[in-house]
Design a protein. Structure first.
Length: 95
């Protein structure tokens, strides 16, 4: 049952409480806030890329930054990620 929850919610969400448990309350909270700040920063980078490329696709970002080859690699990576999501949902629905 726990593996189904991890597939649905994501491993990061399920392991978040272990950060303060393993590192202490103060260090755990600092690391959690650092992760949140880093997440906001990367979101802002994505917005900046979208504005500069006039697109909202990762493939276009990769092509503008690194060329067509990396745009294809990015597309393949996204397909693999989506296939993993589909498999986890099928597993969840089946059980």
């Amino acid at each position: 049952m726990f593996s189904l929850i991890v597939c649905t919610l994501g491993a990061g969400t399920m392991t978040l409480p272990s950060v303060p448990a393993l590192t202490g309350i103060i260090t755990g909270n600092i690391l959690t806030v650092f992760g949140a700040v880093l997440s906001v920063y990367t979101g802002m980078l994505l917005i900046s890329c979208a504005e500069k490329t006039k697109s909202d696709k990762y493939e276009d970002f990769a092509e503008a930054a690194y060329g067509k080859r990396w745009a294809k690699i990015t597309s393949i990576s996204i397909i693999i990620c989506f296939l993993g999501i589909i498999v986890s949902y099928i597993t969840f629905i089946k059980e």
